[in-house]
Design a protein around this ligand. Structure first.
Ligand SMILES: [Fe+2]
Ligand SMILES: [Fe+2]
Length: 389
């Protein structure tokens, strides 16, 4: 009897596709399948800034496959490799069992494999209808550093030879959001991203035109630290990057322009009248949030709040608000002595760093001759909470 034909299904976000994905595909091709289907998932669009659109993720996959010699001129073996729009066409998050069902119908007589990294195997028994997946496909897994070979939770799988790089998409995206080139990306993928301005590239380019070079450098430093702290404390990297990049969007406006802006846009801020008279520069965080929304299309409340609250702080800051406030004061471009201490503290205890940063600003404001009543209230409220911690 002739051997059954094999097909492999490879699902994932591929946002963006990276070296780990391609290494896994290369290894999987050793089982000589007739077809490999790469199925990028539908990404629930983030309210204002969606993940890279499907067509870009599909294009980056195809570029990468070509660059790696898997399709096109250097066609390896006889496997037909397809980037398949099944999940994208569902227009909503699709569970893997549905995808596997679909390919079973397409290839009822084939030996079906579902490809994944070994870090996914650990949680596979929590996937929806995982037994149903197992009844229709054999799991094919590559081992990533730090993940063992055991039959985890009784889930059987076929182990691919080799070790595969552990590249986390959060760290990869954080680097892209900061305008850096992550090592985990193929050059072809990185140039596609740069060309299309994906992962905030387009926003960074626009922002650069509106800020002075010094301000842009400060903004980049704040974004770097915000992303680092975000990864450490579990904040969404996209939100951390947006708030970091846009926090000083209005900082280059001179005080008189800020006063006019406040009147024209009916900005709301605590102690507005006093601020207008005594320290109009403080308005830049409120005008910044307004610009972020109107000029840069940000709708996310937590991002806008973090921008707004980066001058006076907040009595009840959320995680992102704390991160931006601290990162603004402690970014590596800051030369005053407390910056380094606050940055070091932030890597250990964000709440303590937030309290310290508030204290530092309060002292500076007092020395300058005027302390906004709200910042004193924020300080008192934080102190009381700290004592009860
Ligand atoms: Fe600022
Ligand atoms: Fe700043």
């Amino acid at each position: 009897m002739p051997a059954k034909k094999k097909i492999i299904i490879y699902g994932g976000a591929f946002d963006p596709p990276h070296k780990g994905h391609f290494a896994l595909m290369k290894a999987a091709l050793r089982i000589a399948p007739a077809a490999l289907y790469i199925v990028p998932g539908f990404r629930s669009p983030f309210k204002d800034f969606p993940a890279a659109p499907y067509k870009d993720r599909a294009a980056m996959l195809k570029d990468g496959l070509k660059a790696e010699g898997l399709i096109g001129r250097h066609k390896g073996g006889r496997t037909r490799i397809t980037v398949h729009p099944f999940e994208f066409k569902q227009k909503r998050l699709t569970y893997t069992w549905r995808t596997v069902d679909f390919f079973k119908k397409l290839h009822p007589d084939a030996e079906r494999y579902f490809l994944m990294g070994s870090d996914c195997i650990e949680t596979f028994h929590r996937w929806k209808h995982y037994r149903r997946i197992l009844s229709k496909a054999v799991l094919l897994a590559g081992r990533r550093p730090g993940f063992g070979l055991k039959n985890l939770a009784g889930v059987p799988y076929v182990q691919l030879k080799g070790r595969f790089p552990l590249i986390t998409s959060a760290a990869l995206k954080a680097a892209l959001f900061a305008g850096r080139r992550p090592r985990g990306l193929l050059p072809a993928t990185f140039s596609y991203i740069a060309r299309k301005g994906l992962y905030l590239g387009a926003l960074r380019r626009r922002l650069k035109k509106t800020l002075t070079p010094e301000r842009f450098a400060h903004t980049a430093a704040v974004t770097d630290l915000a992303l680092e702290l975000g990864l450490r404390y579990g904040a969404d990297p996209l939100r951390a990057a947006l708030a970091g990049l846009l926090h000083d969007a209005a900082r280059d406006l001179p005080p008189r322009a800020l006063v006019r802006y406040a009147a024209r846009s009916r900005l709301r801020a605590p102690g507005l009248n006093e601020m207008l008279k005594k320290a109009p520069l403080l308005l830049h965080s409120y005008a910044g949030a307004d610009l972020a929304a109107k000029r840069f299309g940000v709708k996310d409340r937590s991002v806008l709040n973090a921008i707004r609250q980066h001058t006076l702080g907040s009595r009840k800051p959320d995680l992102l608000s704390k991160i931006i406030y601290v990162a603004d004061l402690a970014a590596c471009d800051r030369s005053f002595p407390e910056a380094g201490t606050v940055a070091a503290l932030a890597r250990k205890d964000l709440d303590a760093a937030y309290l310290r940063a508030n204290y530092v600003k309060l002292i500076y404001a007092s020395r300058a001759g005027w302390r906004h009543p709200e910042s004193a209230k924020v300080w008192n409220s934080l102190r009381t909470r700290e004592k009860n911690r």
